[in-house]
Design a binder for this molecule. Structure first.
Ligand code: NCD
Length: 322
């Protein structure tokens, strides 16, 4: 396949890497969402069920994953493609023998049509994309970005509110290390007049360069550190886990973990009737299971949307959406 090195999607996904939300415009989001809507319709889905026949995706996951890995895997297979699954390449592949990232990429691009990569270091997906002659999809690069997660997040918001403009949201938890937050804020910057309240302890605030970058893009950001400052009637809440694996000092982690826990009482006190409660998952205590049956709890539906977002992205990037 032809790889297209142009960083912006600009209405044409074919052959492009998916590395950051910075590549997307509203036009691109529209193209993606309309394909997702088609895939979600089981009658229309049949038209796509064989589209990846003969295509192979290499899934290179250097960090743990449940949803992202499995949904990419399922997305490829449901479209009749196949995967090369390499979980923990540093244990099971020649990475264990000291092979460089560049050489590892050269290996998998020889056998596959696209590479989906997750790594603990910021910028690894970009590095892989720079050497790869096939499209590379960033499935999370350290504390950097997680673009496919943000796409499914804004799809979920769009499905429930009918818009990407004029939203008021709350993002809570680990805004420093949470890569999904960094991508989601970029996605929200595509709409107009969006306001996001950022709730975290001061140790886990959004990095100041990110804060000013997102503000420059037009999102109104308001940092708060107490639940009493949460505005009523948010369109969405986006809760996140404190990213334990990014801490070198576990005492610091213990101090800031689970400061904001959503239970029934908290939800009823601070959320609006229409507020949807989202979370990229896994949750580790910050949303209690007692909330799961509340109609506002959207995290499992959000996860399901991820399967369709990833199917649509694969179809578009591999030029099989027609
Ligand atoms: C997230 C991640 O890996 O960044 N998980 C996911 O992909 N749904 C969030 C997290 O691990 O907290």
């Amino acid at each position: 396949m032809r790889k297209n090195h142009s960083p912006l999607i600009n209405g044409d996904f074919y052959g492009k890497d998916i590395l950051s939300l910075n590549q997307f415009s509203l036009l691109d989001i529209g193209i993606l969402f309309s394909l997702v809507n088609r895939l979600c319709d089981k009658h229309i889905f049949a038209e796509y069920a064989d589209k990846l026949q003969g295509s192979i995706a290499a899934l290179l996951f250097y960090e743990p994953s449940s949803r992202t890995f499995s949904s990419f895997d399922a997305a490829v297979k449901r479209l009749s493609g196949q995967t090369i699954d390499i979980r923990n390449p540093e244990v099971v592949s020649s990475v264990a023998k000291g092979e460089t990232l560049e050489d590892t990429i050269r290996v998998f691009e020889t056998y596959a049509d696209t590479i989906v990569i997750r790594h603990k270091d910021v910028g690894t997906a970009q590095k892989a994309a720079a050497v790869a002659t096939i499209p590379v999809i960033n499935a999370g690069d350290g504390i950097g970005e997680h673009p496919t997660q943000a796409l499914l997040d804004i799809y979920t918001i769009y499905k429930h509110t009918g818009r990407l403009d004029n939203l008021t949201g709350l993002i809570a938890g680990d805004l420093l290390n949470g890569r999904t937050v960094h991508s989601l804020l970029r996605a929200l910057a595509l709409g107009k007049d969006n306001t996001v309240y950022l709730l975290s302890p001061k140790e886990l605030r959004l990095p100041s360069n990110e804060l000013s970058e997102i503000k420059k893009r037009g999102v109104k950001l308001i940092e708060i550190d107490k639940s009493k400052d949460i505005p009523m009637k948010c369109d969405f809440w986006y809760w996140t886990r404190v990213q334990k694996e990014r801490f070198s000092d576990m005492r610091k982690y213990e101090k800031v973990k689970n400061l904001f826990i959503v239970d029934k009482k908290f939800l009823n006190k601070f959320a609006g009737k229409e507020t949807i409660l989202m979370h990229p998952l896994p949750r580790v205590g910050e949303i209690l299971p007692q909330v799961d049956l509340d109609p506002r709890a959207m995290y499992f539906k959000q996860m399901e949307n991820g399967l369709y977002i990833r199917m649509a992205l694969l179809l578009l990037v591999l030029g099989k959406a027609l």
